[in-house]
Design a binder for this molecule. Structure first.
Ligand SMILES: [Zn+2]
Length: 694
């Protein structure tokens, strides 16, 4: 519930997950030919720099300007830069794992995980079969929806669709208990919207109005493609929007949800029944495949569920059926026949700006990684991530931890009592580097030659069943929330741990052969220091060393934090995101605190190392300090389409990359001295406005 996944890759997978390429069969075969190898990346690549730009005016342009000036975002993507470059390289390795599984599958025993993976990927790649079957593989699901004529049947179909991966009605997942983080409880949360955020339903301006019109057309198109007549489909689609608008109005904003205490509503099943009398939760747990209903619950947004309960009673069943039908089709559309694939792409590209679908192998690779990724992780690691690279990355991360501890001890604004708690939290913070020590057991997963949609359902149901009976049991601390080829990292406050998969521990983020200054700027600052600081940002600071939601701050330290954090909000509120849209300082606060704290921490670690090991000579004309800041700035070498920038204003807690560089650096005195910046320069913020946090 509180997991904070970064969006380095997530930004790319928006286009990937929803953007699908419907190419003719001949082109598909061509796309499946072995892709060409790609040139290696460097942690710092000086050819990306624009030396004509002034470091003290716009450091992002100085570090990345030459690249930015010549970069063209490929048609199938919403952005380009570090995340995509690294993913492109990782995907070639994953592709070789999948090709091997596909080729060998029929010779392997039925229960062999590689065979299951090969079958999953092979059936996904079979676009000819998908075209021949049309919406056929959805027939059973659609008949079950057509038969919904009561609240009980409605809830039962919601459970069934959730199990196979659809976002319908609401969200449910067993999560660590915020008050007993060593155990799981049943977590209910708002959900069920087809657009990316509640705000898309509630905003009243011409562009939101036209988006909602397009959404109705999109829903109607799916209903028509599965047999509704055009006029009936359009009327039903409008009622789906009306129903979702009611859910959206009852949903909390992303900013409101940054306060963990606002999401903290422990209750028993009986208490949940009392606020939602029209919904039979015991029946829900039964239909969702749970052995027994969860005894302890957290209901993230009680007001949302009260509204949902009223809508169960008041909304005509025909509207609910249309709603379920739309969501069932939408979650399968990327894998159905070409008309569905094209409609899915056309609508989703409004949010990504992508002009063309990804090659099918990339789409199939990503869905395999997203659903059964631990089945391919071990082979991926063997091909690409050495024990020596893991050890070196771990030593950088551990050095950053030590550095953060020293900074806390020296903070002049924090009381000894709060410092003691902060240091305890740091000492207990877990870290996972590279890959899991134990890999997921797929013995209960089945994959079958035939329609891919059904394999996708099986894989989603496998994941659902793997966790559904967790409430009450101890939290699995060995579990990973992302797969090893992923170019991403996260900090999980309920487990108090940071996680760095092998896919992220490669150039351009990190290179065991690169100089310390480059590695400490990139891996140290924008990854390790950043994730660590999330444990102490506006959200993470509310959780204690064991992951429990508990206030361990003295009131005056809390007040200082809030006052300084407001300076970060004000700083980022002033930045332009795209066109006339400003960055949302409150939504991006946690990330901006993490960037700023991460940089200061990693810089200290670098300086300590230079004192310990002696200063190396300049490299490519830059001092170690200059290379540190260049390494950081180039780790944010990203260029995005305006459509995706606009969507990010609403949904993304990360500020645009330019401000993730220029924002925190303009607060840091060591940056100014490294590049000789003077008071009054744009990259030197007025002292009274500089936040003092970590
Ligand atoms: Zn972050």
């Amino acid at each position: 519930m509180f997991g904070l996944l970064e969006t380095r890759l997530a930004r790319l997978s928006v286009a990937a997950a929803v953007g699908v390429l419907a190419v003719p069969a001949a082109a598909a075969a061509q796309a499946a030919a072995a892709p060409k190898p790609l040139a290696p990346l460097k942690v710092i690549d000086t050819s990306y720099m624009n030396r004509g730009a002034k470091a003290c005016v716009d450091f992002f342009a100085f570090a990345n300007g030459a690249w930015l000036a010549h970069d063209t975002i490929p048609a199938a993507y919403s952005s380009s830069g570090v995340g995509r470059d690294m993913s492109d390289r990782n995907e070639l390795v994953v592709r070789s794992v999948l090709d091997d599984a596909l080729a060998r599958r029929k010779a392997l025993p039925k229960d062999n995980t590689t065979r299951k993976l090969g079958t999953f990927y092979a059936t996904c790649m079979d676009s000819t079969a998908a075209d021949q079957m049309g919406a056929g593989p959805l027939r059973n699901t659609l008949s079950a929806i057509d038969a919904v004529n009561s609240r009980g049947a409605l809830l039962s179909v919601i459970a069934r669709l959730q199990m196979s991966g659809s976002n319908v009605g609401f969200g449910y997942s067993p999560d660590p208990d915020p008050h007993d983080a060593a155990h799981y409880l049943g977590g209910f949360g708002q959900g069920g919207l087809g657009l990316p955020d509640r705000d898309y339903y509630t905003k009243s301006d011409p562009s939101s109005d036209s988006l909602r019109k397009a959404y109705v057309e999109h829903i109607a198109k799916y209903l028509t493609l599965t047999g509704n007549d055009a006029a009936g489909a359009h009327a039903r689609a409008a009622r789906v929007l009306a129903l979702e608008t009611e859910l959206a109005k009852a949903s909390m904003t992303r900013v409101a949800m940054r306060d963990p205490s606002a999401l903290d509503h422990p209750m028993t099943l009986d208490q949940f029944h009392a606020i939602t009398p029209n919904i039979d939760w015991a029946a829900y747990f039964h239909d969702a495949g749970a052995a027994v209903p969860a005894k302890k619950l957290n209901v993230g947004q009680p007001e949302f569920f009260k509204r949902l309960d009223a809508l169960f009673a008041s909304t005509p069943m025909d509207d609910w059926r249309a709603y379920l039908r739309y969501h069932a089709i939408a979650s399968s559309a990327p894998w159905l026949s070409t008309p569905f694939v094209n409609e899915d792409f056309a609508f989703s590209s409004r949010f990504t700006g992508a002009k063309q679908l990804l090659p099918r192998w990339k789409r199939c690779l990503r869905v395999a990684d997203n659903t059964i990724g631990e089945a391919l992780g071990q082979a991926y690691v063997a091909k690409t991530f050495s024990p020596a690279a893991r050890a070196r990355a771990k030593s950088v991360i551990d050095d950053i931890r030590a550095s953060f501890g020293q900074r806390v001890q020296k903070l002049d604004w924090m009381s000894d009592a709060t410092k003691k708690q902060a240091l305890h939290k740091l000492a207990l913070m877990g870290e996972k580097v590279g890959y899991p020590d134990t890999w997921r057991d797929y013995s209960k997963l089945q994959t079958v030659e035939g329609p891919f949609i059904l394999n996708l359902d099986r894989a989603n149901a496998f994941e659902w069943k793997r966790t559904i009976d967790r409430p009450g049991s101890p939290v699995d601390t060995s579990e990973w929330g992302i797969t090893v080829p992923t170019v991403n990292a996260y900090y999980d406050p309920t487990k108090n741990e940071m996680v760095f998969p092998a896919g992220a521990l490669a150039p351009q983020t990190f290179d065991p052969k690169a100089d310390d200054a480059a590695n400490y700027g990139a891996l140290g600052g924008s990854w390790a220091g950043h994730e660590l600081t999330h444990g102490f940002d506006d959200e993470g600071r509310h959780f204690d060393a064991k992951g429990n939601l508990r206030d361990w701050w003295t009131p005056s330290d809390s007040a200082h934090f809030a006052k300084e954090a407001q300076k970060v909000v004000d700083q980022f509120d002033a930045y332009i995101q795209v066109d006339t849209f400003h960055v949302n300082g409150k939504l991006t606060l946690g990330e901006n605190i993490a960037d700023y704290g991460g940089l200061l921490t990693a810089y200290d670690a670098l300086e300590r190392g230079l004192k310990r090991n002696g200063r190396p000579g300049n490299i490519e004309g830059f001092t170690p300090e200059q290379r540190f800041f260049l390494g950081y700035a180039q780790s944010w070498r990203v260029h995005s389409r305006p459509e995706t920038m606009k969507n990010r204003v609403t949904v993304d807690p990360h500020a645009p990359e330019r401000w993730r560089v220029d924002g925190p650096l303009s607060n840091i005195a060591a940056f100014a001295s490294a590049f000789g910046c003077k008071p009054g320069d744009p990259m030197v913020r007025q002292q009274s406005l500089v936040p003092r946090i970590w």
